[in-house]
Write a protein that binds this ligand. Structure first.
Ligand SMILES: Cc1ncc(CNC=O)c(N)n1
Length: 229
């Protein structure tokens, strides 16, 4: 037992895990946001949910070219590992995701063609667009990509945990990002990020950490927008 405990202590944590620990309060503010809590405890206002759904559809449309730009960076800059396959898997599931948004919008009587992006959404999409520039380092873009996915994964997983009172009609939404498979995919992305960060310069490390924080802030603003704050 003693020896085991020792081995466990020696297990190295990745840079991403170290950052999440360091920035736990702000990370929790995103993943346990009042909007997410309201889904989890069943008090969510349906108009808030519909606002989120409509705005997120627009976001995901912009997210596709961003992920494609990460794929291009991976093809050019990463030789030895499975970065390309993991990212390509992400792109493939976005096709299904967009169809799902259209079906879901139909269910809630939302006219997607009439949705106007709100400020927080526009700001977030502007960040995505800036990250598409070839000037932006692959490690920084990949860190952003992982952060965007993991906030959703953890937020929605929270809504389907034991004891959650998520309304049945919102369960499917929560499972889309909260399911085990999406969790594994986020873990794969995290591993890629950690591999890159191990070889990164101090300057790249700093930029990637700042990017993680920027993504978290944008996610918080996105949830705020959904609640109408
Ligand atoms: C604002 C936001 N952040 C992350 C995600 C999750 N990624 C793709 O679906 C999302 N849909 N929307």
């Amino acid at each position: 037992m003693q020896a085991m405990a020792h081995v466990d202590e020696m297990k190295k944590i990745g840079m991403t895990e170290a950052w999440l620990r360091k920035h736990r309060p702000v990370y929790n503010a995103a993943t346990k946001h009042p909007f997410i809590r309201s889904i989890r405890d069943g008090t969510v206002q349906i108009h808030s949910f519909k606002t989120w759904l409509a705005q997120d559809y627009l976001f995901v449309r912009e997210f596709v070219p961003f992920v494609a730009s990460v794929l291009i960076k991976a093809c050019k800059q990463s030789h030895d590992n499975d970065d390309v396959e993991v990212i390509l898997g992400g792109i493939a599931s976005l096709k299904d995701e967009i169809s799902w948004f259209k079906r879901e919008a139909n269910k809630w009587d939302i006219q997607l063609s009439e949705v106007i992006p709100q400020t927080a959404n526009k700001n977030y999409c502007r960040l995505l667009e800036s990250l598409m520039s070839p000037e932006v380092d692959y490690t920084v873009a990949l860190t952003a990509f992982w952060a965007i996915e993991v906030v959703y994964q953890e937020s929605f997983a929270h809504c389907i945990e034991e004891g959650s009172k998520t309304p049945p009609e919102l369960k499917e939404t929560c499972e889309r990002w909260g399911n085990e498979g999406f969790g594994q995919y986020c873990k794969s992305l995290q591993k890629l990020v950690d591999q890159r960060l191990q070889k990164a310069s101090d300057d790249e490390l700093k930029k990637a950490e700042v990017m993680l924080l920027s993504i978290i802030e944008h996610e918080i603003e996105f949830w705020n927008m959904s609640r109408g704050n």
